[in-house]
Design a binder for this molecule. Sequence first.
Ligand SMILES: [Zn+2]
Length: 63
Amino acid sequence: MKTMDATTAVLEKETTHAHRWRIEEARGPQSRGVCKICGEEKLFKNWLEDSDFITNEEHRQAA
Ligand SMILES: [Zn+2]
């Protein structure tokens, strides 16, 4: 469920960092990841995509 916070919407949307995705427990073909830095949410398939940074710990879980 997405919540649109007005305060968040005002914040600069451009990302100047490599997202550090914290991947939630996989319960299906997709897992939801939340960036530890900016809180961005993204759906991940069971493989890594793009060049987003994922920590070793999370990579182990995804493997
Ligand atoms: Zn981020």
